[in-house]
Design a protein around this ligand. Structure first.
Ligand code: FAD
Length: 272
């Protein structure tokens, strides 16, 4: 039988989605559609020839919470995550509130955002989230840190189906969004700090823009130090990040100085 073109397919479950994808290998997953039509400018947006809509797959719309994790289906809208309120780690909700405007957030999904390495990449990496990826062949899990630059770590005809976020208590969360002045200098900087009494026990800093930056080596430097921090330690920590970014040879000088200034301001806020 001849294969028809220009189809909008609405599978009712994974058991329908993957056979449909095999039949239309060029089909593009359509979640909220906001990224697919972004920046087109013309009155009628141009859509891919064949579309696989995720709207009717119940599992992709599920949210569950256990004592240790929050699990979110990939097709959950950003606004529905925000509406969960205090269940959502502060780093995640602050980032979602910084994305576009409420009408866009009512359409846009978390899976769509992560698959285009949007702003939600930063809290997912900082919170050590893991992603469930599905294909006709089965399921695999991947850390958010390994799914954070374009093209994302998906095999052909594989999709992001679920996000698992550890629920840890963070004492301070610092969120900064750098709006892009040029194509390459936007992104989200997140600093998560956990202390017990006057001791800093954990710090995780992530910048996600075109590329994800996280210096796991420097994270241990401040752990166990008394709060407020000694200013010398705070400046040394900033310098570790400087050395890390200079060693990578990216990002460019403008974004590098924005990240370093953001980290310096955040860390000095913990110093006397
Ligand atoms: C005016 C405007 C402002 C915006 N501002 C921001 C902003 O501030 N920050 C930001 O991060 N983004 C922004 N965006 C981009 C976009 O809206 C978001 O990134 C959004 O979350 C994308 O989600 P979606 O569900 O609409 O994705 P879609 O457009 O449906 O899909 C995006 C891509 O991901 C693929 N995809 C979708 N779901 C899956 C899945 N589960 N598995 C595998 N692949 C999948 C699609 O095939 C497509 O290639 C903006 C967009 C607009 C129009």
């Amino acid at each position: 039988m001849a294969v028809l073109h220009s189809q909008v397919l609405r599978p009712g479950g994974f058991s329908e989605l993957f056979p449909a994808w095999a039949r239309y290998p060029d089909a593009v997953l359509f979640a909220g559609g906001t990224s697919l039509i972004r920046s087109q400018g013309q009155e009628l947006p141009k859509l891919p020839d064949n579309i696989l809509s995720l709207e009717k797959i119940d599992e992709l719309h599920r949210i569950t919470r256990t004592e240790r994790y929050l699990e979110i289906g990939a097709a959950v809208k950003l606004s529905d995550i925000i509406a969960l309120g205090k269940t959502v780690p502060g780093a995640f909700s602050s980032t979602l509130l910084g994305i576009a405007s409420p009408p866009i957030r009512n359409l846009a999904t978390i899976g769509g955002n992560l698959c285009v390495c949007g702003d939600a990449t930063a809290p997912m990496a900082a919170l050590d989230a893991r992603y469930e990826l599905r294909s006709a062949g089965g399921i695999r899990w991947i850390s958010a840190n390994r799914f954070s630059s374009l093209p994302v770590n998906l095999s052909p005809q594989e999709m992001l189906s679920r996000i698992r976020i550890p629920l840890e208590q963070w004492t301070y969360t610092i969120y900064r969004k750098f709006h892009a002045l040029t194509e390459n200098d936007g992104g989200v900087l997140l600093m998560l700090i956990q202390n017990q009494k006057d001791i800093l026990v954990k710090i995780q800093i992530v910048f996600a823009g075109k590329t994800l930056f996280r210096d796991k080596n420097s994270e241990t430097y401040l752990e166990g130090k008394a709060l407020p921090l000694d200013r010398k330690d705070a400046f040394h920590y900033r310098d570790l990040w400087k050395t890390y970014l200079e060693g990578l040879g990216k990002p460019g000088p403008l974004l590098r100085s924005k990240i370093i200034n953001g980290i310096e301001a955040g860390i000095l806020g913990l110093a006397d």
